[in-house]
Design a protein around this ligand. Sequence first.
Ligand SMILES: O=C(O)CCC(=O)C(=O)O
Ligand SMILES: [Fe+2]
Length: 355
Amino acid sequence: MPTAVATKTKKAVKPRKPVTRKPAKRVTKAAIKPGSAKTKSHDASDLKITKIDTSYQGMNLQLPWTESPFFKQILEKSGLDSETKKLVQAYSDDGFVVVDLDIPNFDTLAQNIQNLFDKDNPPRRIHDAFAFSEDARMLAAHPKIMDLLQLLYQREPIPFQTLNFLYGTEQGTHSDAIHFYCYPERFMCGVWIALEDIDETNGALHYYPGSHKLPVYDMATLGVVGSDYMLEGREEEINMTEYKKYEQLVQALMEAQGFEKKHLYVPKGKALVWSANLFHGGDAISDNTRTRLSQVTHYYFDQCTYYTPMLSDPYMDEGRIRWRDIYNIATQKEVKQYYCGREVKHTVRNKETKW
Ligand SMILES: O=C(O)CCC(=O)C(=O)O
Ligand SMILES: [Fe+2]
């Protein structure tokens, strides 16, 4: 499993055009206690990379074992110690875990990441900072995170993109499975790291425990042909139009199904791992003087195929699937894709190549 973070080679990834907003000072208010709403967290320090037999009655399903219908049986015979069992059980039940990363020199690292943002006209987010920031790359491929994900998925984790935020995103609730997904299903997750204290006023992350157990909804569920936007070169436009319908669906789902909204009020250094279909988003910022420095890394796992659901219609024509080329931030290599153990090659479609 790749844990070492190489320091030399850099991939020329062009960060996306940043969205700018007014600069604000980074103020930490002594009166506000981060983590005051008590977020239970686990210690990620002593995890042993344990290879677990994820089969049940000779069947090894193409699903993360934590999301398998045989999870209980597999966990019982896993041989994991009781603390690790609790952590894995929590991930299976809730779709997330909060962990202490306990990274040395964390303040320097956080400061280095803050320095990536232009002081006078800071972008609200930096896409794929790992390409030019060793700190962002180190966080994305951190051994503690890689070990934890290896445990939870029993496959090699593939960090494939980083997002650094200076401010709260105020992003509507969603499941990442609408943006990037895979087959076999559910082999994807996000790791969100607080690079400064997070509380009620600086736009905390929110999430709905247990919501990962819902089906994966896509644009076609709403009767929308997302691939048309790709064919017509209107990829950006779908976000402003049909995606709003998706956000409305999610709101209605959370309410109708009675999921409880939780907020990640944590001190810097804590990380939340969310599973592929856990619904989450960014809270409103109530204090505009506050930043919310953070990093999200999205991970796939090996032996899968990878695609963008919002622009795909697998059941239309011969199957319109917007495949993704994946670069592994940890190994610094392009990732081979597999279907049931067989290597497969896809063409990443766009307006020119069509289907
Ligand atoms: O940081 C946030 O507020 C949400 C980010 C998010 O949803 C993501 O990166 O997948
Ligand atoms: Fe997300």
